[in-house]
Design a protein around this ligand. Structure first.
Ligand code: ADP
Ligand code: MG
Length: 629
């Protein structure tokens, strides 16, 4: 605000000086005041940089204005400082808009919540006093204050602030809800699962804020370049001061004037602001749509992506796996027995297959025996100790590796389950005599996301020429899903390390993005040029493991995310070429036109220079408001 006042004061005294005219005693005082107000913040920043042995643009501007005053053109100098400070304020406003876009997310957190204490009426409590395990009541029209799961009630909830998805989602018992989303019509009782400071929304905000500090490569290059360039401009100007009078046969003052005009038009203000203005806009825009870009580098990489590898389970498929069939091999143990056993082991796993098994056991009202120990082997299965015996639930190849004997008729049966399109996993146990035996096959199935085919088509149209599916599931299921979605290349029966190797190989051919659910695909996400995790709301690992995070469990944000990356690159390139173009044209004009007797006035140079800077900022802001198609 104080800066705006200074800009206005600088203009006011400039006008007063003009009105009083150059012969009046007061005009010098007015010019001095106009210089003071217009140049104050520039001077501070120039001195700060000098103290750090850096030369910046502010110094160039201050020197140019002082030079103008010295050769008796204070009006030009004052105008320069006024426009320079004005354009700085406009730039700050533009960049500030991207800040405000993110601050508006932070406003979505209410200060208090209605805590339910031992059955009585809910009491209003500050969020800091509510902890994991407490229950809160959320009334219609309330913002949901904390992450948790619904214990009773039924309502539709607008989650757009978290996931970017505008269609409200129905929530009933068992559903997860996120802080910052809006409860529309019903009353919900929610069991708190995260402290306020750890909520999905809070983590989103801190990630986005962190992202803004991660400079894009282009930006870093430009900032290094600024220091040398600014020093170069000063040297070049001194050189011009020395040679122009001789070269053009003009007086020292005229030559000096021309030299400082060159110094102003050659300053790289627009060049420096061109990249951050665009990147910050893109990051803020993404955050509004439920797309988190973890800085400028993912944005730059996203624009180069030509190939995408998709994980199958939970990414191309809904991840809402259903148990279809159990084939048992143990004469003394019932199907319910084996399901209860498998479910009690799987209840410790986050895998979609595991959840399906637990869900079915609950649906059948089975009681789950307690475990002595549990171990998960990602991409293979899970192991547990129970009643002193080891048990395994997992893929057949892994069971074989462990030494579970699988007779021909059993593997025939496995194949026929897979032929039906099921994902089949085995349940095995160790026996007292030291051998291991297969207890059952459990067949499960998952359906393709309804929007997957459409998303893949959009991606192909936008220039992604290679789409690959990677899965740990069996060949037959993979083939069925690939053909359903029109994917030509797919690799099945992969172990997590195979996925990593494949991604490495694919990335040798072209820049590749890996899209996964983020929970059990972290290594593959990390080894791609660009890791994209989806459905990250509520999952900490997914938030951490990727370069770009899609909050919603929904594929359709993927084309938009890549589109924002490409638009950002386009706008950065436009800005860079525009900024460089203005510098080149104005320097050439300032030095060439006098040959035909035309002098470029310093104010024209200043307007071209500052105007270019503001235009570049506004061009970047197009990304924030979505005018970049
Ligand atoms: P995808 O590539 O389809 O996401 P994963 O790599 O997560 O699959 O797992 C590959 C295979 O490993 C699964 O198809 C399943 O056979 C087995 N598996 C992984 N985790 C588990 C688990 N928790 N319980 C049972 N089997 C599992
Ligand atoms: Mg997976």
């Amino acid at each position: 605000m104080i800066r705006v006042v200074f800009v206005a004061a600088s203009l006011l005294f400039l006008v007063l000086a003009w009105i009083t005219g150059p012969d009046h005693r007061l005009s010098d005082v007015f010019y001095l005041l106009s210089y003071g107000f217009g140049g104050w913040f520039g001077l501070l920043s120039a001195l700060r940089s000098l103290a750090a042995k850096d030369i910046d643009i502010d110094l160039l501007m201050i020197l140019a204005a002082l030079g103008a005053a010295w050769i008796g053109a204070p009006a030009e100098g004052a105008l320069l400082l006024f426009l320079f400070s004005l354009s700085n304020v406009l730039q700050e406003y533009a960049i500030g808009r991207t800040h405000r876009a993110i601050e508006s997310l932070a406003k979505l957190k209410p200060a208090s919540a209605r805590k339910l204490a031992n059955g009585s009426e809910p009491i209003n409590c500050p969020l800091e006093e509510i902890h994991v395990g407490d229950q809160i009541r959320v009334l219609p029209g309330d913002l949901i204050p904390l992450d948790g799961s619904v214990v009773s009630g039924d309502s539709s909830v607008d989650e757009s602030s978290v996931t970017g998805e505008s269609i409200p989602v129905n929530k009933t018992t068992g559903a997860k809800v996120f802080a910052g989303s809006l409860n529309k019509n019903g009353s919900l009782t929610v069991q708190v699962e995260r402290e306020s400071a750890d909520s999905t929304l809070a983590r989103m905000i801190s990630l986005v804020e962190h992202a803004r500090e991660q400079k894009a490569q282009t930006q870093r290059m430009l900032e290094d370049f600024e220091k040398h360039y600014a020093a170069g401009v000063i040297v070049f100007t001194l050189l011009l001061i020395a040679v122009i009078p001789k070269l053009y046969g003009v007086s020292f003052n005229e030559g000096f004037y021309r030299a400082i005009t060159v110094m102003v038009v050659a300053s790289p203000c627009a060049l420096i602001i061109s990249t951050p203005a665009s990147i910050l806009s893109a990051i803020a825009r993404g955050a509004r749509c439920g797309i988190l870009f973890k800085g400028g580098i993912p944005l730059e990489r996203g624009a180069r992506i030509r190939a995408i590898a998709f994980d199958k389970t939970g990414t191309l498929t809904q991840g809402r796996v259903k148990l279809q069939q159990i084939v048992t091999y143990h004469p003394d143990r019932s199907e319910a027995d084996i399901l209860g056993l498998a479910a009690s082991i799987e209840s410790h796993s986050e895998h979609p297959l595991a959840k399906a098994i637990v869900q079915e056991a609950h649906a059948r009202g089975l009681s789950l025996p307690a475990l002595d120990s549990f171990e998960s082997t990602p991409g293979r299965g899970v192991t547990a100790k129970l009643d002193g015996r080891k048990h395994w639930v997992g893929r057949s190849s892994w069971l074989r590796e462990i030494g579970v004997s699988i007779e021909t008729d059993k593997s025939d049966e496995l194949r026929s389950l897979q032929d039906e399109g099921f994902t089949a996993i085995g349940v095995a146990e160790s026996t007292p005599d030291g051998t291991t035996r297969l207890l059952a096959w459990i067949a499960l199935s998952d359906s393709v996301r309804p929007d997957a085919a459409d998303t893949l088509r959009q991606l192909r149209q936008s220039g992604i020429h290679e789409i690959t599916m990677l899965t740990g599931d069996n060949q037959r299921v993979a083939r069925r899903i690939a053909s359903e979605l029109g994917i030509d290349t797919w690799h099945a029966a992969l172990l997590p390390e195979d996925k990593v190797q494949l991604i490495r190989d694919l990335s040798k051919r072209s820049d590749i993005a890996m899209v996964g659910d983020g929970t059990n695909d972290a290594p593959a996400l990390a080894s791609a040029n660009l890791g994209i995790a989806m459905g990250a709301a509520g999952s900490d690992v997914a938030l951490e493991s990727a370069d770009i995070v899609l909050m919603a469990s929904d594929l359709n944000k993927l084309p938009l995310a890549l589109n924002i990356c490409r638009a950002t690159r386009r706008i950065v390139l436009q800005n860079l070429s525009f900024a460089l173009g203005i510098i080149a044209i104005m320097v050439v004009l300032t030095l060439a036109l006098p040959i035909w007797g035309i002098e470029v006035p310093l104010p024209i140079g200043v307007v071209a220079h500052e105007g270019g800077t503001v235009l570049v900022c506004l061009n970047g802001l197009r990304l924030l408001v979505g005018w970049h198609k």
